[in-house]
Design a protein around this ligand. Sequence first.
Ligand SMILES: Cc1cc2nc3c(=O)[nH]c(=O)nc-3n(C[C@H](O)[C@H](O)[C@H](O)COP(=O)(O)O)c2cc1C
Length: 167
Amino acid sequence: MEEVSAEEAFDKFKPESCVFVISIDKHGKPNGMIAGWNMKCSSEPPMFAVALWKKGYTHRLIQQSKEFVIAVPNKELEKEVEFFGSKHGNEVDKFGETKIETAKAKFVKSPLIKNATINFECKLEKEIDSGDHVIFIGRILASYVNKNKKVLLNMRKAANKRIFEEF
Ligand SMILES: Cc1cc2nc3c(=O)[nH]c(=O)nc-3n(C[C@H](O)[C@H](O)[C@H](O)COP(=O)(O)O)c2cc1C
Protein backbone atom coordinates (compact mmCIF):
# COMPACT_ATOMS: atom_id res chain seq x y z
CA MET A 1 0.00 0.00 0.00
CA GLU A 2 1.24 3.47 -0.86
CA GLU A 3 0.30 6.76 0.81
CA VAL A 4 -1.03 9.31 -1.70
CA SER A 5 -2.90 12.63 -1.60
CA ALA A 6 -6.65 12.52 -0.97
CA GLU A 7 -7.06 14.00 -4.45
CA GLU A 8 -5.24 11.05 -6.06
CA ALA A 9 -7.27 8.57 -3.98
CA PHE A 10 -10.55 10.32 -4.96
CA ASP A 11 -9.51 9.98 -8.60
CA LYS A 12 -9.06 6.22 -8.20
CA PHE A 13 -12.57 5.94 -6.69
CA LYS A 14 -14.24 4.95 -9.97
CA PRO A 15 -16.52 4.08 -11.70
CA GLU A 16 -18.59 7.02 -10.56
CA SER A 17 -22.12 7.91 -11.59
CA CYS A 18 -22.71 11.47 -12.70
CA VAL A 19 -25.94 13.47 -12.72
CA PHE A 20 -27.19 16.71 -14.22
CA VAL A 21 -28.14 19.20 -11.51
CA ILE A 22 -30.64 21.62 -13.05
CA SER A 23 -31.75 24.89 -11.52
CA ILE A 24 -33.23 28.24 -12.60
CA ASP A 25 -32.29 31.89 -12.23
CA LYS A 26 -34.57 34.68 -10.93
CA HIS A 27 -36.15 35.01 -14.39
CA GLY A 28 -36.84 31.27 -14.71
CA LYS A 29 -33.96 30.64 -17.15
CA PRO A 30 -32.58 27.12 -16.64
CA ASN A 31 -28.96 26.10 -16.14
CA GLY A 32 -27.43 22.70 -15.55
CA MET A 33 -24.12 21.24 -14.42
CA ILE A 34 -22.74 17.77 -13.77
CA ALA A 35 -22.08 16.32 -10.31
CA GLY A 36 -20.17 13.12 -9.69
CA TRP A 37 -20.41 13.70 -5.96
CA ASN A 38 -24.01 12.59 -5.61
CA MET A 39 -25.99 10.11 -3.53
CA LYS A 40 -29.40 8.89 -2.39
CA CYS A 41 -29.53 9.74 1.30
CA SER A 42 -33.01 8.86 2.65
CA SER A 43 -35.84 6.62 1.49
CA GLU A 44 -38.56 7.91 3.86
CA PRO A 45 -38.89 10.74 3.04
CA PRO A 46 -36.96 10.24 -0.23
CA MET A 47 -33.92 12.53 -0.36
CA PHE A 48 -31.00 13.07 -2.74
CA ALA A 49 -27.74 14.93 -2.03
CA VAL A 50 -25.12 16.59 -4.23
CA ALA A 51 -21.86 18.30 -3.26
CA LEU A 52 -21.42 21.49 -5.29
CA TRP A 53 -18.37 23.72 -5.58
CA LYS A 54 -19.06 27.04 -3.86
CA LYS A 55 -17.73 29.11 -6.77
CA GLY A 56 -19.93 27.41 -9.40
CA TYR A 57 -23.03 29.16 -10.77
CA THR A 58 -25.41 26.33 -9.79
CA HIS A 59 -24.47 26.75 -6.13
CA ARG A 60 -25.70 30.35 -6.31
CA LEU A 61 -28.89 29.44 -8.21
CA ILE A 62 -29.96 26.71 -5.77
CA GLN A 63 -29.37 29.02 -2.81
CA GLN A 64 -31.76 31.50 -4.47
CA SER A 65 -34.42 29.19 -5.90
CA LYS A 66 -34.37 26.48 -3.17
CA GLU A 67 -35.10 23.77 -5.72
CA PHE A 68 -33.38 21.60 -8.33
CA VAL A 69 -33.84 18.67 -10.69
CA ILE A 70 -31.51 15.68 -10.78
CA ALA A 71 -31.34 13.98 -14.19
CA VAL A 72 -29.34 10.76 -14.61
CA PRO A 73 -27.81 10.51 -18.11
CA ASN A 74 -27.20 7.63 -20.51
CA LYS A 75 -24.82 7.23 -23.47
CA GLU A 76 -27.06 9.37 -25.76
CA LEU A 77 -26.33 12.37 -23.50
CA GLU A 78 -22.54 11.90 -23.22
CA LYS A 79 -21.72 15.02 -25.29
CA GLU A 80 -24.07 17.11 -23.16
CA VAL A 81 -22.47 15.69 -19.99
CA GLU A 82 -19.07 16.98 -21.18
CA PHE A 83 -20.56 20.36 -22.16
CA PHE A 84 -22.66 20.95 -19.04
CA GLY A 85 -19.74 19.73 -16.91
CA SER A 86 -17.19 22.14 -18.35
CA LYS A 87 -18.98 25.47 -19.01
CA HIS A 88 -20.36 27.94 -16.51
CA GLY A 89 -23.99 29.01 -16.77
CA ASN A 90 -23.24 32.67 -16.03
CA GLU A 91 -21.13 32.70 -19.23
CA VAL A 92 -22.90 30.23 -21.56
CA ASP A 93 -26.57 29.34 -22.16
CA LYS A 94 -26.04 25.57 -21.94
CA PHE A 95 -29.66 24.61 -22.66
CA GLY A 96 -29.80 27.01 -25.62
CA GLU A 97 -26.45 25.92 -27.10
CA THR A 98 -27.05 22.16 -26.87
CA LYS A 99 -30.80 22.24 -27.61
CA ILE A 100 -31.11 19.36 -25.15
CA GLU A 101 -34.77 18.28 -24.96
CA THR A 102 -36.59 19.21 -21.77
CA ALA A 103 -39.94 18.35 -20.21
CA LYS A 104 -42.02 20.31 -17.72
CA ALA A 105 -41.77 19.31 -14.06
CA LYS A 106 -44.89 19.05 -11.88
CA PHE A 107 -43.75 20.62 -8.60
CA VAL A 108 -40.63 22.69 -9.42
CA LYS A 109 -39.81 25.33 -12.05
CA SER A 110 -36.53 23.72 -13.17
CA PRO A 111 -37.04 21.52 -16.27
CA LEU A 112 -36.55 17.75 -16.52
CA ILE A 113 -34.34 16.26 -19.25
CA LYS A 114 -36.69 14.31 -21.50
CA ASN A 115 -34.24 11.60 -22.62
CA ALA A 116 -32.46 11.12 -19.28
CA THR A 117 -32.80 7.68 -17.71
CA ILE A 118 -34.03 9.02 -14.36
CA ASN A 119 -35.34 12.46 -13.29
CA PHE A 120 -36.05 13.64 -9.75
CA GLU A 121 -37.83 16.87 -8.84
CA CYS A 122 -36.32 18.17 -5.58
CA LYS A 123 -37.13 20.93 -3.08
CA LEU A 124 -34.11 22.08 -1.09
CA GLU A 125 -34.39 20.65 2.42
CA LYS A 126 -30.98 21.43 3.89
CA GLU A 127 -27.50 22.64 2.98
CA ILE A 128 -24.30 21.67 4.76
CA ASP A 129 -20.99 23.47 4.38
CA SER A 130 -18.40 20.79 3.65
CA GLY A 131 -15.27 22.86 2.85
CA ASP A 132 -14.91 24.16 -0.71
CA HIS A 133 -18.23 22.45 -1.56
CA VAL A 134 -21.76 22.70 -0.11
CA ILE A 135 -23.90 19.59 0.23
CA PHE A 136 -27.44 20.32 -0.96
CA ILE A 137 -30.00 17.83 0.27
CA GLY A 138 -33.24 17.81 -1.70
CA ARG A 139 -36.55 16.19 -0.85
CA ILE A 140 -37.73 14.23 -3.88
CA LEU A 141 -41.26 15.34 -4.84
CA ALA A 142 -41.57 13.31 -8.05
CA SER A 143 -39.46 10.61 -9.78
CA TYR A 144 -39.48 9.50 -13.42
CA VAL A 145 -37.77 6.62 -15.23
CA ASN A 146 -37.26 5.84 -18.93
CA LYS A 147 -37.48 2.11 -18.39
CA ASN A 148 -35.55 0.94 -21.46
CA LYS A 149 -32.56 3.27 -20.93
CA LYS A 150 -29.32 2.58 -19.03
CA VAL A 151 -27.16 4.70 -16.70
CA LEU A 152 -23.91 6.40 -17.73
CA LEU A 153 -20.84 5.78 -15.57
CA ASN A 154 -17.60 7.76 -15.53
CA MET A 155 -15.12 4.86 -15.67
CA ARG A 156 -11.67 6.45 -15.68
CA LYS A 157 -9.43 8.95 -17.47
CA ALA A 158 -7.21 7.91 -20.39
CA ALA A 159 -4.87 10.43 -22.05
CA ASN A 160 -6.64 13.14 -20.04
CA LYS A 161 -10.02 12.19 -21.53
CA ARG A 162 -12.96 10.82 -19.52
CA ILE A 163 -14.12 7.34 -20.54
CA PHE A 164 -17.87 6.78 -20.05
CA GLU A 165 -19.73 3.47 -20.27
CA GLU A 166 -23.39 2.54 -19.84
CA PHE A 167 -24.58 0.03 -17.30
C1 LIG B 1 -17.93 13.94 -14.73
C2 LIG B 1 -18.00 15.25 -13.99
C3 LIG B 1 -18.26 15.27 -12.62
C4 LIG B 1 -18.32 16.49 -11.92
N1 LIG B 1 -18.63 16.48 -10.58
C5 LIG B 1 -18.81 17.65 -9.92
C6 LIG B 1 -19.29 17.67 -8.57
O1 LIG B 1 -19.60 16.62 -7.98
N2 LIG B 1 -19.45 18.87 -7.97
C7 LIG B 1 -19.16 20.07 -8.60
O2 LIG B 1 -19.32 21.14 -8.00
N3 LIG B 1 -18.70 20.08 -9.89
C8 LIG B 1 -18.54 18.91 -10.55
N4 LIG B 1 -18.15 18.91 -11.87
C9 LIG B 1 -17.81 20.20 -12.50
C10 LIG B 1 -19.04 21.06 -12.88
O3 LIG B 1 -20.01 20.29 -13.56
C11 LIG B 1 -18.54 22.23 -13.74
O4 LIG B 1 -17.69 23.05 -12.95
C12 LIG B 1 -19.66 23.06 -14.35
O5 LIG B 1 -19.10 23.83 -15.38
C13 LIG B 1 -20.35 23.98 -13.34
O6 LIG B 1 -21.34 24.68 -14.01
P1 LIG B 1 -22.08 25.99 -13.41
O7 LIG B 1 -21.00 26.98 -13.08
O8 LIG B 1 -23.00 26.44 -14.52
O9 LIG B 1 -22.79 25.54 -12.17
C14 LIG B 1 -18.09 17.70 -12.59
C15 LIG B 1 -17.82 17.69 -13.98
C16 LIG B 1 -17.79 16.48 -14.67
C17 LIG B 1 -17.54 16.48 -16.16
